[in-house]
Design a protein around this ligand. Structure first.
Ligand SMILES: [Zn+2]
Length: 334
């Protein structure tokens, strides 16, 4: 169940983020006009804002509703990270998601949903899980898990990840194969805070860290030709994939399939592999892909964050581990 949500995120994040990175980022706030301070916040004179003061518009698949970060964020953390994770990892996730939303508040997702800042579709923005859904999913663990989620959000209230004083594109993924991936390796834009860094998770701490995808020659041919009809996939499958090049982070940078050279990320997508960190071998009539980790590999690794938390790192340290050269600070006022 969790995997399904992550699969949605992981498979589509590449698509929409890569599109996003090439869009101009209008500097005007794309959300609502700043509001008059309410009675509750009248003492707020600094520019910094708490979650309850940040209003956003959310497309829930039926309508656009206005809500606040304080009301919305717990649902995103419930939807995007297992509640069994360490408290500091959950806090890092809460701050990363808050950052992600603030980034969209500034830059907008107008092409996806013109009237809303974010949506609840994990294939577009982030998964969102209501209290009722969580109650059903978590069963007897509900009270404990819900308290952890709410604490993760409250503890990081109003705090986001900043680079040059601006909210970053706080990309994250499930697990990495030893190192995360620089954004330029997956998307063309090389963001200075999304560099390749070590990540401590391993097969001991990540379920399905190693996975195997086996495709018959016919299955592989059908899948690849659907994307690249010009490829020559005649003869024995053994000779179809050549010139596999690996990047510094250990992912497949590119491979040549039937004479067509494609990025490893595209091959991953075509074949539905869990990550672009894989090897391939021809075995009998099949092609066997041995894959490490899960997700695009850019930004914070969630299982890595959990492992760092186990080793005593705080949520701030975890974020600064995965996002290079950043500071953690209040949401800039507008
Ligand atoms: Zn969306």
């Amino acid at each position: 169940m969790r995997g399904a949500v992550w699969a949605g995120w992981a498979m589509t994040a590449v698509l929409f983020l890569s599109a996003l990175l090439f869009l101009p980022r209008p500097r005007e706030q794309t959300g609502q006009e700043p509001r008059e301070p309410s009675a509750r916040t009248e003492q707020t004179v600094s520019a910094a804002r708490r979650d309850a003061e940040v209003v956003l518009r959310v497309w829930n698949g039926r309508e656009t509703v206005e809500t606040t970060l304080a009301a919305y964020l717990p649902g995103v953390v419930r939807g995007e990270m297992p509640a069994a994770f360490e408290p500091e990892a959950l806090a890092a996730q809460a701050a990363a998601e808050r950052t992600y939303i603030c980034y969209h508040l500034q830059s907008g997702r107008k092409s996806a949903h013109p009237d809303a800042d974010v949506c609840t579709d994990p294939a577009c923005c982030s998964a969102w899980t209501s209290e009722e859904e969580a109650r059903e999913r978590w069963g007897e663990n509900y009270a404990v898990y819900e308290e952890k989620i709410e604490k993760a959000v409250a503890e990081t209230d109003g705090q986001i990840v900043l680079y040059g004083g601006e909210p970053i594109l706080a990309a994250f993924h499930s697990s990495s194969a030893g190192r995360t991936v620089a954004s330029g390796e997956v998307w063309r834009a090389d963001l200075p805070y999304l560099r390749s860094v070590e990540s401590p998770e391993s097969e001991d701490t990540v379920p399905n860290y190693y996975s195997v995808t086996t495709l018959t020659a016919a299955e592989f041919r059908d899948a690849f030709l659907a994307a690249h009809p010009e490829a020559d996939l005649s003869g024995s499958a053994e000779g179809w994939i050549t010139g596999v090049r690996f990047s510094e982070s250990g992912r497949v940078e590119a491979a040549t399939v039937g004479g067509v050279t494609v990025p490893g990320t595209e091959l991953r997508q075509i074949l539905g592999l869990r990550s672009a960190s894989f090897t391939v071998s021809a075995e009998g009539e099949s092609l066997v892909f041995r894959v490490v980790g899960y997700g695009h590999g850019v930004g914070m690794s969630q299982y890595g964050a959990n492992e760092l938390a186990r080793r005593g790192k705080t949520w701030r340290e975890i974020l600064q581990w995965y996002y290079s050269g950043v500071t953690i600070g209040p949401i800039p006022g507008k």
